[in-house]
Every structure is written in structure tokens, then in C-alpha cells.
Write a protein that binds this ligand. Structure first.
Ligand SMILES: [Zn+2]
Length: 555
């Protein structure tokens, strides 16, 4: 007991999973001034409740440390929620209904801007302009796909952009054309810019609104902290974050990963140092740097060691792209490491993962060990030789578990191009854990749902949560030997993500002296079969002992 006098808040009669080093359980927790002051059995904790103490009877519900998402894009994802949002549905009629309702509700919007459609809904992944013309003939419509690699537009948008049958494909993308050779309504990769440059960019006010919407959404899912995986570049959100934090509206703890411009090289480090210097206010700080080392497998831009296969299973010449030259990457990471930055790398293919590990190894050799806590996000394919290097180099594996399932994209666009052997090296969470690596977890929202319970469900079962079926899913578990147990999955969303965010000294577990960042679930998932983890629901979320979400179940 660290203080005298009654506590402000006491939780009793709960299943308290502390996620402390011994993974102890308790029944009760007391909080004073936003700090956890007691953890233990009901009787002992009740003794520090006074007349003014708020006593919450959990009625057997589960109390956990607040969830932390180690890789998400909340401001842009929040903007998606506020705009024409197709992400919750999965058919052309539903999309048409949503677009038509949104247009009617926003009669003054010059553009109908939105996102979230799924390629699997359309033949060949290509929706048509006619489908949108039917519901919005008079104003331009621009809708990003769920994965952010394609846009769907109507005729008016193509007219404004001046895209006709005669417009050539840009070097880094293509315009889908109909039988008559006219632009058909879908643009891929670099071709998206033909329209995008005409869509009004979000203002600082828009970013703030996005941040506000995102924060409420994430708190409702039990999330109390996150790492924003891109601050800068296409997401100029540093100043919106700072003003949100200074006005005390920011109730989550956030680490921002500053965007590494791969065309600028080492010269940008001076700028990053200046951004870090001013990028700190209340619960926000920009102390990480994000380097995107490759693309994605579905369009063959992820960097792989052996060439991709073609549709007939024959090897091609294509090994994907290293966005940063591997030697330059070593130099950049070594400099950033010497300057005390954490480096957060995006690596999907097994060559990109190896290049990132090589860069961290070079930094370690040059600078010795330190507390910068580097991590590699996505880690879709890891060569088996590289699995033990995470532990050896003390690099955290930052996993997005919702992707580790059989769904349309995996079956049609990933396994065939990787080939049977290498396809079995995907999302090797179990192997990483067995090798002693630290695994932190995140969503990559809005690429995927940020619901940590759904993500844990996949990490444990390697099948989609029942409510999250997209495309021609396969009920078989995906590489079940790579499943991890529930305690490890919970650690991935609590103490291990707190570690990556340098927040573990004061959050990430329920221990005396830590801040009261907590989540209450409607049930204890340990008491139910593992294929029901996704059914658990968040009842209340607290940060520093204050309620930031309340479903109303506890009275
Ligand atoms: Zn991301």
C-alpha cells in the first residue's frame, strides 16, 4: 500500500488479469489520483475504501490493463469514419445505398470522398463508374479501396481530372479501361493521383475532427494508447496532434512515428530532430521514425529473396522492391539510433525483413546497445533463418494478427505468388515466441479493424472472427502451428506494446504505482472456449482512472 487514506475508486469482485511479470490474477484494484494503489483480494482492498470512495462491483467481469495498439493510423482512419465509409459493408447494393445516403446528407460537399470498398466484391477487383453514376450523377465521387491501393470514381470525377480513353497509364499505375477503351471507373496505384490531386486535401480542422472520431472509436474498443505509424508525409498530423494534446482533449497516450522520406536520405535527420524537439505535449510525443522498406505482396511490391511466381506457378524475374537501398538503410538506421530515435520499419517480404534486421545489427555494432526499442511491423514473411535474430538483436516483432487467416486475398493473391514453401513462412508468431522474441501487436487500422479482441481471436485460433468474414474465406486455421496462446496475445496488446511505446514503466500492467489505464470486459475469455474470444465486449475504458468510454453496463 503506497498511500494513507481512502482510495478514490475501488473495483471489487472481478477477474483481474494483471499482466505483471508473474501473470498473477487478483479480485480487486484500488485507484487514487489516477494511480493504482492496491491490487489483491476483495477483503484487503476493501479496507482502503472510505465513505467517498466509488466502489465498482465487477460482478465477475474481467479487468485488464488498457489495450495498446503498436501500429495504427488513427487520424486518417477517423476521417474515414466521418466521410463516406464503406468499410462496414460488403456488397455493391450496400455500397450504392451508403454513397447515396451520404450524398443526400451532405448536399454542400463539392466532392463525395470516402473509402473502404473491398476488391473481392467486384469481378477482377474493378468496380465501374456506372454503378456510382446511378446514385450520384452530378457531383464527383472518389472512394479509396480498403487497402489504399486503388480508387473507384464516377464519370464526373474522371471529367474533372481530364481522364479519357486517350490518357496514358502513368509509369507506376494503371487506368482500368472498358471494352471501348474508355476509363472504366477504377484506378490503381500511381494512377490514383490523376484524380486525387483534384480532391480537396483535409484541413487542420478536418484532421482534428478525424482524431476526435478515432479516439472515441478506439476507447470504445478498450484502447488507451497507440503508436501512430505515420506522422508526416501524406499525413501532416503533427500539429493537429499537438493542439489536441495541448487542449487536453487527447485522452490516449500516443507515440508518433515521424515519416522517413525515402527520396531525401540522411539529410532529413536534422529536420526529424527538430520535429522531435517540438513534437511533445502532454500525452503525445514524436520519438519514433517510420521507414517503409517495401510494399505489399498482392501487387508484388513486397521485397522477397526468391522471385515471385506467375499465375501458372512459374518463377518470374520479379523480387519486389526495396524502397530504401539496403546499404543506405544501414547508414540511416545507425544515424537515427545514435540520435536516440526508435526506428519503426515496415517490412512485409522476407528480404525486407532481413534488410531491416541487418540495419539494426549494423546500428548495434556501431553504437552498442541502448534503450531505443526498435521494431519491425507487419513481418508477413520471415525466412526461418531470421526468426531467431529478433531476440538476438532485441528487435520487437510488431504483428498485425488479423491478417493471419485464409481469406480471398490470401487464397487468390498471396499464396499463388509466394509459392507453397514460402507461403508457409507467413505470420510466424508461434515461432517468434518460441525463439524468445518479444511480440507486440497492432491493427494497421484502417487497413483492418482495430478491435483488439478480434485480433487476439485470430492470434489464438488463426481463423477469422465470425463477425469479420470477408470474401471466400476458408474455415480451416491458417498455419495453426503458428498460433499463440491467449496470455501471449494479451501481452502483445498490453505490456509488449507498452514496451514499444516506452510506456511500460507506468502502463501495460496492473501493478501498484502504475497509472490506472484499464479496460473492463463483459466476461473473462479464459472461462470460454478460445473460438469465442472475439465475442467479448468492452464495458468500460479508463485512462488515469478517468472514464473515457462507458457502455453503461455497470450502472
Ligand atoms: Zn500502417
Amino acid at each position: 500500500m503506497s498511500r494513507a487514506g481512502p482510495a478514490d475508486l475501488v473495483f471489487v469482485n472481478g477477474a483481474v488479469y494483471t499482466v505483471d511479470a508473474a501473470r498473477r490474477w487478483a479480485n480487486a484494484v484500488a485507484v487514487s489520483d489516477g494511480e493504482i494503489v492496491a491490487v489483491g483480494a476483495d477483503l484487503e482492498v476493501r479496507t482502503i475504501a472510505g465513505r467517498d470512495t466509488e466502489v465498482v462491483d465487477l460482478g465477475g467481469r474481467m479487468l485488464l490493463p488498457g489495450f495498446q495498439d503498436a501500429h495504427a493510423h488513427p487520424p486518417s482512419s477517423g476521417l474515414d469514419l466521418l466521410r463516406c465509409n464503406l468499410a462496414e459493408d460488403y456488397s455493391l447494393p450496400a455500397y450504392e445505398r451508403i454513397v447515396s445516403e451520404y450524398a443526400a446528407a451532405h448536399p454542400d460537399a463539392d466532392w463525395i470522398a470516402g473509402s473502404g470498398w473491398s476488391m473481392d466484391v467486384f469481378p477482377g477487383g474493378n468496380p465501374s463508374k456506372e454503378a456510382l453514376d446511378r446514385v450520384v450523377p452530378d457531383r464527383p465521387v472518389r472512394l479509396w479501396s480498403r487497402d489504399g491501393h486503388s480508387v473507384w470514381v464516377n464519370t464526373r470525377a474522371l471529367e474533372i481530372a481530364g481522364v479519357t480513353g486517350d490518357t496514358p497509364d502513368p509509369a507506376d499505375g494503371w487506368i482500368v479501361r472498358d471494352e471501348g477503351g474508355e476509363a472504366a471507373g477504377t484506378l490503381h496505384e500511381g494512377a490514383c493521383d490523376l484524380v486525387e490531386k483534384h480532391v480537396p486535401a483535409p484541413t487542420a480542422e478536418d484532421w482534428l475532427a478525424g482524431l476526435r472520431a478515432a479516439q472515441s472509436y478506439l476507447h470504445a474498443l478498450g484502447i488507451t494508447a497507440w503508436q501512430d505509424a505515420i506522422v508526416g508525409g501524406h499525413y501532416p498530423t503533427l500539429d493537429p496532434y499537438l493542439s489536441f494534446a495541448r487542449s487536453k482533449e487527447l485522452t490516449a497516450r500516443v507515440v508518433g512515428a515521424l515519416w522517413w522520406d525515402r527520396h531525401r536520405g540522411i539529410d532529413q535527420i536534422e529536420d526529424l530532430l527538430a520535429l522531435r524537439e517540438r513534437g511533445r505535449a502532454n500525452r503525445f510525443r514524436a520519438t519514433s521514425v517510420k521507414i517503409m522498406q517495401d510494399g505489399v505482396i498482392e501487387n508484388l511490391t513486397a521485397a522477397v529473396l526468391e522471385p515471385y511466381l506467375d499465375a501458372d506457378g512459374r518463377p518470374t524475374e520479379n523480387r519486389g522492391k526495396s524502397f530504401v537501398d539496403p546499404e543506405e538503410l544501414k547508414a540511416a538506421v545507425t544515424r537515427l539510433d545514435a540520435d536516440g530515435f526508435q526506428v519503426h520499419t515496415h517490412a512485409i517480404g522476407e528480404r525486407a525483413v532481413r534488410e531491416a534486421l541487418d540495419a539494426y545489427e549494423a546500428a548495434r555494432r556501431a553504437n552498442g546497445s541502448n534503450d531505443n526499442r526498435h521494431h519491425i511491423a507487419h513481418i508477413q514473411v520471415i525466412h526461418p533463418d531470421d526468426v531467431p535474430r529478433f531476440r538476438k538483436l532485441d528487435v520487437t516483432a510488431n504483428a498485425q494478427p488479423l491478417w493471419a487467416v485464409y481469406e480471398g486475398q490470401m487464397l487468390n493473391l498471396t499464396i499463388p505468388f509466394l509459392g507453397p514453401g514460402r507461403a508457409g513462412w507467413q505470420y510466424p508468431f508461434g515461432s517468434l515466441v518460441r525463439s524468445g522474441a518479444r511480440v507486440a501487436m497492432g491493427s494497421d487500422w484502417s487497413v483492418s479493424s482495430p478491435n483488439p479482441l478480434w485480433e487476439m481471436h485470430v492470434a489464438v485460433n488463426r481463423t477469422s472472427p465470425p463477425a469479420y468474414e470477408y470474401g471466400d474465406g476458408n474455415p480451416e486455421p491458417f498455419l495453426p502451428e503458428e498460433a499463440i496462446d491467449l496470455p501471449t496475445a494479451i501481452a502483445g496488446f498490453t505490456i509488449n506494446s507498452a514496451y514499444v511505446n516506452h510506456l511500460d514503466a507506468k502502463t501495460g500492467s496492473i501493478e501498484v504505482g502504475k497509472r490506472a489505464d484499464l479496460v473492463i470486459l463483459d466476461r473473462n475469455p479464459f472461462d470460454h472456449p478460445t473460438d469465442q474470444i472475439a465475442e467479448a465486449r468492452v464495458v468500460r475504458t479508463l485512462v488515469d482512472g478517468e472514464r473515457v468510454f462507458d457502455a453503461g453496463d455497470l450502472g
